[in-house]
Design a protein around this ligand. Structure first.
Ligand SMILES: [Zn+2]
Length: 715
C-alpha cells in the first residue's frame, strides 16, 4: 500500500465495542515504551548546531510562516501547523487538490520535462531509450499534426467494433481491451474502465509463483455509488456523464448519440449493481478465490471465456484468482444478456474516451470538461507540456527514472536515507519487544517478518528494458496504444516464470512511497527523499517527523490489518495467536471509530474501515519514528530552535507534510474511493501519541484531547 493515492466505500459506522474498550484499558497500563532521556523542553538554551546552507523550509526545516499559532495545538493541530498556509494558498486552477505532495510533484514534473527535452535534442541513435523519450514527448506536443489527423488514428479500432456481429466477436473485442491496470495490494489501484482488470503478482497461497488475478471493472465513473446513490451530487454527475458520452460520440461522428449515451449509462449502472464495495474489495480473505480455468465458464456464464481469454493472450492460463467472484459472475451475465448493440456502443465510447487526450482539441476539451471539471473540480486544463510529461512517464517511467536519478539523486542521499531506514527498523524491533499485550510467540513471528523486510531506496536495482517498445515520431495515439500493450505483455510474460522479488511498482520520480505485502518490501522513490520530507540541512527532529514517519508508515504496512495477514515469505497465512489477533483487531476497531467521527463534508464522514490500513500505518509509523528520533539523540538533550523544543519540531515536521487543500468534487471522490484519509486527519493522529501531549500541553476539554485510555496504540 502507498503513502498517498491518486485514484482509489460507504460502510456501516463501527462503534467502540466493549472488548475494544477493555483492550484499550489494558493497553494503557503497559510499560513505558522507551527508557531514553526525557525530551527537551522549550526552556532549554543549548545552542543550535551550525546548519549551513539553510534548509529549504524556514530556519530549521519547518515553514513557520505557514503556521497559525492563534489556534491551540490541542484543538486543531493541522491548523496550528498549517493554518496560515491553508488560508493564504489558493489551489491552482489546473489542480483538483494542492499540498506538499503536489508542490513536489510539480517540481519533479519540471525536472522531468528538462530531462526529456535534453533527450529530444541529443540526436540520440534511432531505437535508443533517449531517442524514444524525445520522440514520445514531441509526438504528444505536436498539436498541429494531431489536428490534421483528426479521428484517423482511432478509425481502425472503431471499425473493428462496428464489424462485430455476434457474442463471440464481442468477447474477442472485450478480451483485446484487457490490460494489467489494477493492483489491489501494492499501489491500491482497483478501478478500471475496461470490462475486467488483470493483475499479475505473487500467488497469495504460494508466493514463489505468479498468479493471474481478475478484478471487477467496466465503470467509467470512479465507484459504484456514483451510479447507485440517489443524492443531488451523484444525480447531477450521472446527468453530466450521459451528456459527456453523447458529446464524445457526436464528435466522433456517431449517429444518434443521445439514445446511445442513455443505453451506455444504463449498462454501466447494471455493472455497478454487481460491483463490490471498496471495503469488501480491500478484504484479502474474501478475495482469495483460486478458480481453475473451467470454473470461469461454469460459475460465470454469459461471456465466451475461451474467446475472451484467447484474445487477451491468456488462452494457456489454467488458473485465476478471482478477486470479486459475484461481480465477475454478474458482469459475465451482462455480456451475455444486454443487447449486442449496447455493448458495441459501450466499447466505442470507451475507445474514444481513452483516446481523447491524443485526439484533436475538441476531444481534449470535452474530456477535461467532464473528467477534470465535473469529477475533480479543476478549473483549467493543465498545460500541454505537463500532460506530455505525464504521458511520457506513463509509457516509459523507468527510462525517465534512470535519467532523474543520475541527475537528482546523489549516492550520499541514498546512504543517508538508508541509514535512517535502518534506525527506524531497529526502533520498531525494540518496540515489538516492549509490547505488553503481545505474546512471545506472536512477537517472534513479527520480528522474523521485520528482519526479512526488503528495503528499496531511490530506484530499482535493475531497470526495465524498453527495447521492444516501438515509438513512432508523429504518432501520438499509436505510441500510447503500443505502450499500453507493451506493459500488458510485460506482465503476461511473468506468468510461469520465477518471481522477481526486486521489481518496483513506482517510478523514482514519483513523490510517494510503497509497501508490497507479498514481497515484504518497502520502496522509497528518489523524489520523496527531498524537502520537506528529507532535508540534509534541516534539523534532525524535522527529518524524523517527515521522512522518518513516512518510513515508519511503510514499515507498518507490513503489519497493518491487511499486511499482518501475510507471513515473512509473503504468503497469506495467519501467524498470530488467537488472543493476540483479537487484541490487534480491537485496537483497529477503535481507530475505525476515531476516523468515522471525522466529517470533512457536511454529508460525508471519513470511512474508518476503508482507511484503516493507512490509519494504522500513520499512527504506528509516527510512534516508531518518534522512538527512532529519541534514540538518535543518544541520551543528549536536543537544542531549542526558534523557541521550539526537539519534541515539538518532530511533530511540526510531521504535521507540515500533510498540508493539503481539496476541491469539493475531489474530496467527495476520495472519501468514497481512497484508502487514505484527508491530510488534515492524517496530521491529527498525533492525538494518539503521549509524547505529543507532553510536547504541546494538550489538555482535557480541547477538541483533539483523548484520555490515555482512548489513545490508540496499535503497535
Ligand atoms: Zn500507506
Amino acid at each position: 500500500m502507498t503513502l498517498q493515492n491518486r485514484r482509489i466505500p460507504c460502510a456501516t459506522r463501527v462503534v467502540l465495542t466493549t472488548s475494544a474498550a477493555m483492550w484499550l484499558a489494558a493497553c494503557a497500563t503497559s510499560a513505558p515504551l522507551d527508557k531514553t532521556p526525557a525530551q527537551a523542553k522549550p526552556t532549554e538554551t543549548a545552542a543550535a548546531p551550525a546548519r549551513s546552507p539553510k534548509p529549504t523550509y524556514g530556519s530549521f526545516g519547518v515553514d513557520t510562516a505557514g503556521m497559525d499559532t492563534s489556534v491551540a495545538p490541542g484543538d486543531n493541530f493541522y491548523r496550528f501547523v498549517n493554518g496560515t498556509w491553508h488560508d493564504k494558498v489558493e489551489i491552482p486552477a489546473d489542480r483538483s487538490s494542492y499540498g506538499m505532495f503536489t508542490t513536489l510533484a510539480e517540481e519533479a514534473s519540471r525536472r522531468t520535462r528538462a530531462l526529456i527535452e535534453q533527450s529530444a535534442s541529443a540526436n540520440a541513435p534511432e531505437g535508443s531509450e533517449v531517442r524514444k523519450l524525445g520522440d514520445l514527448f514531441a509526438s504528444f506536443m505536436d498539436e498541429a499534426a494531431i489536428e490534421a489527423k483528426g479521428m484517423a488514428p482511432l478509425a481502425p479500432e472503431l471499425g473493428r467494433i462496428a464489424a462485430i456481429t455476434n457474442r463471440k466477436e464481442l468477447a474477442a473485442a472485450l478480451g483485446d481491451t484487457l490490460r494489467a491496470d489494477v493492483d489491489p495490494l501494492n499501489t491500491g489501484h482497483v478501478n478500471t474502465d475496461r470490462l475486467l482488470g488483470l493483475w499479475v503478482s505473487e500467488d497469495l497461497n504460494e508466493p514463489s509463483r505468479y498468479a493471474a488475478y481478475l478484478l471487477q471493472g467496466g465503470l467509467g465513473l470512479p465507484d459504484r455509488d456514483y451510479y447507485l446513490v440517489d443524492n443531488e451530487r451523484f444525480t447531477e454527475v450521472r446527468q453530466k456523464y450521459q451528456q459527456h458520452i453523447a458529446t464524445l460520440l457526436r464528435l466522433a461522428g456517431i449517429t444518434d448519440p443521445e439514445a446511445r449515451a442513455k443505453r451506455i449509462l444504463e449498462l454501466e449502472r447494471d455493472i455497478a449493481r454487481v460491483h463490490w464495495t471498496q471495503v469488501d474489495t480491500r478484504d484479502v480473505l474474501k478475495a482469495n478465490n483460486p478458480w481453475p480455468r473451467e470454473e470461469l465458464t461454469r460459475r460465470a456464464p454469459g461471456l465466451d471465456w475461451d474467446t475472451y481469454l484467447g484474445a487477451a493472450g491468456l488462452g494457456q492460463q489454467r488458473e485465476f484468482i478471482v478477486w470479486q467472484p459475484s461481480a465477475v459472475t454478474g458482469i459475465a451475465k451482462l455480456v451475455g444478456g444486454a443487447p449486442l448493440q449496447t455493448w458495441k456502443d459501450y466499447l466505442t465510447f470507451h475507445a474514444i474516451e481513452r483516446a481523447a487526450p491524443f485526439l484533436p482539441k475538441a476531444f481534449v476539451e470535452e474530456n477535461f470538461a467532464f473528467n477534470g471539471r465535473v469529477l475533480s473540480g479543476a478549473q483549467q486544463l493543465r498545460e500541454r507540456w505537463k500532460r506530455g510529461v505525464d504521458v511520457t512517464g506513463g509509457a516509459m517511467g523507468e527510462a525517465i527514472g534512470k535519467l532523474y536519478v543520475e541527475k537528482y539523486f546523489p549516492p550520499e542521499a541514498k546512504a543517508e536515507a538508508d541509514k535512517m531506514v535502518r534506525n527506524i527498523i531497529a526502533a520498531f524491533d525494540r518496540r515489538i519487544d516492549s509490547l505488553a499485550w503481545m505474546s512471545p510467540e506472536t512477537k517472534k513471528r513479527a520480528k522474523e517478518k521485520l528482519a526479512t523486510l526488503q528495503v528499496g531506496i531511490g530506484h530499482p536495482a535493475r531497470w526495465r528494458d524498453y527495447s521492444e517498445l516501438e515509438i513512432v515520431r508523429g504518432d501520438a495515439y499509436g505510441n500510447t496504444e503500443r505502450a499500453s500493450r507493451f506493459e500488458y505483455q510485460r506482465n503476461l510474460r511473468k506468468l510461469g516464470k520465477p518471481v522477481d522479488r526486486s521489481e518496483w511498482f513506482m517510478v523514482p520520480q514519483l513523490v510517494n512511497a510503497l509497501n508490497s505485502p507479498q514481497q515484504n518490501s518497502i520502496i522509497f522513490p528518489a523524489a520523496i527523499l527531498q524537502p520537506p520530507f528529507f532535508d540534509a540541512h534541516a534539523d534532525p527532529a524535522v527529518n524524523y517527523g517527515g521522512i522518518g514517519s513516512v518510513i515508519g508508515h511503510e514499515i507498518v504496512h507490513s503489519f497493518d490489518d491487511v499486511g499482518a495477514q501475510f507471513d515473512a515469505r509473503g504468503k497469506l497465512e495467519n501467524w498470530w495467536t488467537q488472543e493476540d489477533a483479537a487484541k490487534f483487531k480491537a485496537a483497529g476497531q477503535a481507530l475505525v471509530a476515531q476516523y468515522n467521527a471525522y466529517r470533512p463534508l457536511p454529508d460525508v464522514s471519513v470511512n474508518g474501515e476503508l482507511t484503516l490500513g493507512e490509519n494504522i500505518a500513520d499512527v504506528a509509523g509516527l510512534a516508531i519514528a518518534h522512538d527512532a528520533y529519541r534514540l538518535s539523540l543518544g541520551g543528549q538533550p536536543a537544542p531549542v530552535l526558534d523557541g521550539f523544543s526537539g519534541e515539538q519540531r518532530f511533530f511540526l515536521g510531521f504535521g507540515q507534510v500533510w498540508r493539503n487543500k481539496y476541491r469539493e468534487p475531489t474530496l467527495r471522490r476520495l472519501l468514497l474511493t481512497d484508502g487514505h484519509s484527508p491530510g488534515e486527519y492524517r496530521a491529527s493522529t498525533v492525538r494518539n501519541q503521549d509524547a505529543w501531549y507532553e510536547a504541546f500541553g494538550a489538555k482535557p476539554g480541547q477538541t483533539l484531547y483523548l484520555t490515555p485510555e482512548q489513545r490508540v496504540r496499535v503497535w
